[in-house]
Ligand binder design. Structure first.
Ligand SMILES: [Zn+2]
Length: 338
């Protein structure tokens, strides 16, 4: 089968590798759509992924073979690339290790995943895709679960005003998840015109261009001088966490959703006297995946608004696609058609 194998130093090699055959309790998935995650772009950019890894964890496809003992799936079933409930004792270290460190422990895996024609999953791992959710949208179940998890970890309540910094795929999904959770107003800060327009399409009430306006001042102004109830940092750039703290209202909450790989200076004296709460949010739990599929099925979250004609690439274009995604970008969600 064809796969994009990471070869270290920002190089993918698209080549034939053996098609994996399912062992007992496993299913083989023929991948139809594989979305590119910012985490993978970071793994490429900072050369974190081990050589030989086939990355990609945002995919949708069909069951193409089942191993011995598998009764819950049959060939042709449409599935996501994850979201199932972990069996007892198999919860991964990211959820259980008392000192889990994503920087040092996050990229150890060389299991063949989503940037390939086929992959293997344990039979408990996938979720069935509802008929009304197309493959493109189903491939976004994982980032959608990240957004749902962040909003469920936040204290967004019915009628709240929410700030979202960064309208990449995660910011666009957090905007929609916050809306679905009852936020009455969402203010987004995003400089790239394509992403700013997409933020409007998915329901942002106001979109600030932080290169044109002071994002903090404008968020405060738009909220009658108090600041949003909750601000999500979905950018993770050098100044965005400080912006979130500066913008949020007294006793409000800042939620860090992006994964910043570089130091972010904070001048706490600016905001700490307003007694702000902080939460980080990591990935999505099985319940977040299930909620995401329901929100996609009900069209409370639109995946199509996050894609354009230029969103779709082939596996053969993966190298240049990743190189382009390292730069500040106007791309929306990029999806590999396999
Ligand atoms: Zn992801």
């Amino acid at each position: 089968m064809k796969a994009a194998v990471y070869r270290s130093k920002q190089r993918f090699e698209v080549r034939e590798i053996p098609t994996p055959e399912p062992g007992p309790g496993q299913v083989q998935v023929k991948i139809h759509r594989s979305a590119i995650c910012g985490t993978d772009v970071h793994a490429f950019m900072y050369d974190l992924a081990p050589s030989g890894a086939v990355l990609g964890h945002e995919f949708a496809g069909v069951i193409s073979a089942v191993g011995d003992g598998v009764t819950r799936w049959k060939e042709g079933d449409r599935v996501t690339g994850g979201g199932g409930d972990y069996p007892l004792g198999e919860v991964p270290p990211v959820r259980t290790h008392p000192r889990y460190n994503y920087r040092t422990m996050g990229f150890t895996n060389t299991v063949t995943r989503g940037y390939a024609e086929y992959t293997l999953l344990d039979d408990w791992a996938p979720l069935a895709i509802p008929d009304e959710v197309p493959d493109e949208a189903a491939a976004l179940t994982e980032p959608c679960a990240v957004a749902v998890h962040a909003v469920r970890r936040s204290r967004v309540r019915l009628g709240d005003t929410v700030g979202v910094i960064g309208a990449g795929p995660i910011g666009l999904l957090v905007t929609q998840a916050a809306r679905a959770a009852g936020a009455s107003r969402v203010i987004v800060s995003e400089p790239a015109p394509g992403r700013a327009a997409a933020a409007k399409t998915v329901g942002a009430d106001d979109v600030i261009d932080p290169f044109e306006q002071d994002a903090v001042e404008r968020m405060v102004e738009l909220t009658g001088g108090v600041g949003p109830d909750v601000v999500f940092d979905c950018a993770g750039l050098k100044n965005t966490l400080q912006q979130a703290f500066d913008a949020v209202k007294r006793a409000g909450q800042v939620v860090l959703v992006a994964v910043p790989w570089e130091e972010m200076p904070l001048l706490a004296a600016e905001w700490m006297a307003r007694e702000i709460d902080f939460r980080s949010s990591w990935g999505g739990l099985p319940e977040d995946w299930q909620i995401s599929l329901q929100l996609l099925a009900d069209e409370k979250i639109s995946a199509s608004a996050m894609m354009s004609d230029t969103s779709f690439v082939s596996l053969d274009e993966i190298q240049e696609t990743f190189e382009a995604l390292m730069q500040p970008t106007t791309q929306l969600q990029t999806v590999i058609r396999i």
